[in-house]
Design a protein around this ligand. Structure first.
Ligand code: MN
Length: 450
């Protein structure tokens, strides 16, 4: 259940690329991550100004994410089911007295400058922690929340956090009403399933640690009494901190999932009081708008779409929040239908299951939804805008999309039914094939090797 254990499995499979050239945490490492986005796991062992530090990135691509969820490779439907079930049937994590970080390196006088925090893009406000798992509880302990946030480092002990008005924001508001700061833990370097659990939408009051525990078949936590919050016992780095309720600072700009810079906003300041780390801690850096960012944020939403659409059509084969659609705004869904109207119902179900979704394309199961050319081919040969287009104006959308109405968070949504009409001859829509003799197959194999 630790990032280390997951990475040693990746190592055995030869999926880790170690880079030991000295590289600056400012832009240089980010440029390498971007160039190799979606490929092997990257391990940087020589970070300039941070002797002894190791940065890991690209931990998750689609294949490794399925493995992190413990499903056989390629079985995306099984992964969705597992995630949906974990969200519906969370199980209690186990509290242990101590974990490795709490035993190895402890900074009683915290200094964030000692961590190899990366600066990613030109125009970013500064070094940003992008893989932070933040956990907090209400003062009576009845509500716990775990979510992933970005944190801009301002000084040795100070950061500013982006709090979208969701659950952590609500706990922070509750603390403000009680005239106190909100104690939190910030964990870096956790198993990918823990990050995925934290981005899975569950109601306020359900702890995402319990979702993670259900996903992994058990999770160990440590109690950080000084801040009334818990953290994964096997995290690489655990910080105890306070979310100030009376101190704000400008947060941003930082590139978000769209690959464009998000706006600057006044956000709460975080003050770190203690840092615990493992020996040679692995610092997990997630490239904003990279494959890993899109998957960790988007995959639980794919599962939600899969669940919602499965309820209204006979079968859903797969859902893809496409990389070109920022892993967030565009979905392609392959379905089986009983009647032609099923495809339009699939569109409506998808648009409401993931409120940020802007454009959705529904195709038949013969289309590979991970291949943008095949999807475009389906639109070119099976779609008629006059009959097959669904348009919804003024719906709730995502403010991450710069073309949306930023003040009211509204957008125009569009659905394309690119499935073959049931009353037409299917043969007219099928892809033509050339018969292959054994000889030609052999020859092609040779030619492709050459
Ligand atoms: Mn929550």
């Amino acid at each position: 259940m630790s990032l280390r254990a997951f990475l040693s499995e990746c190592e055995e499979r030869g999926e880790i690329l170690t880079i030991d050239e000295p590289l600056s945490p400012r832009y240089e490492i980010a440029a390498i991550i971007k160039a190799l986005d979606g490929g092997p796991v990257l391990r940087f062992t020589n970070v300039e100004g941070h002797p002894g530090s190791t940065v890991v990135s690209n931990v998750c691509n689609r294949q490794r994410l399925l493995r992190a969820l413990g499903v056989s490779e390629g079985s995306v439907e099984e992964a969705y089911k597992k995630l949906v079930e974990a969200a519906e049937r969370p199980s209690k994590p186990r509290v242990v007295r101590s974990g490795p970080p709490a035993e190895e390196v402890i900074m009683e006088e915290p200094d964030l400058m000692k961590l190899p925090v990366l600066t990613y893009f030109k125009g970013d406000a500064g070094p940003y922690i992008t893989s932070a798992l933040v956990s907090a509880r209400s003062s009576d302990g009845s509500v716990e929340n775990v979510s992933v946030h970005r944190l801009l480092v301002l000084g040795e002990k100070k950061m500013v956090i982006r709090l979208v008005p969701r659950h952590l924001y609500r706990l922070w508001k509750m603390a403000a009403e009680e005239n106190r700061d909100l104690g939190i833990t910030i964990s870096i370097g956790v198993h990918p399933a823990v990050l995925l659990a934290a981005t899975t939408p569950v109601p306020f009051g359900v702890s995402e640690f319990s979702v993670a525990s259900s996903l992994l078949g058990g999770l160990e936590l440590v109690e950080c009494e000084g801040v009334n919050a818990r953290a994964p016992a096997h995290a690489e780095i655990i910080m105890e901190a306070f979310l100030r309720t009376g101190e704000m600072a400008p947060e941003g700009p930082l590139v978000d999932i769209t690959g464009t810079h998000d706006a600057v906003r006044e956000q709460p300041v975080v003050e770190v009081i203690r840092i615990m780390m493992r020996e040679r801690a692995l610092y997990h850096a997630i490239l904003p708008s990279g494959v890993e960012h899109k998957l960790l944020m988007g995959f639980p939403r794919e599962a939600e779409i899969w669940r919602a659409v499965s309820k209204v059509v006979p079968a859903v084969k797969a859902v893809n929040l496409t990389p070109g659609g920022c892993g967030w705004l565009h979905a392609v869904i392959s379905i089986e239908k009983n009647v032609d109207g099923d495809a339009k119902n699939a569109i409506l179900a998808a648009l409401t299951a993931h409120p940020s979704l802007k454009h959705v394309v529904v195709v038949d199961t013969d289309i590979d939804i991970y291949d943008p050319e095949e999807v475009e081919w389906a639109i070119a040969t099976r779609f008629q805008a006059g009959e097959d287009l669904v348009l919804v104006r003024g719906a709730r959308g995502s403010t991450l999309d710069p073309s949306a109405d930023q003040e009211r968070a509204t957008t125009t949504k569009m659905g394309l039914d690119a499935t073959i009409p049931l009353d037409k001859d299917r043969r007219a829509f099928s892809r033509a094939e050339i018969p292959m003799s054994h000889k030609v197959e052999e020859l092609l194999r040779r030619l492709k090797r050459a």
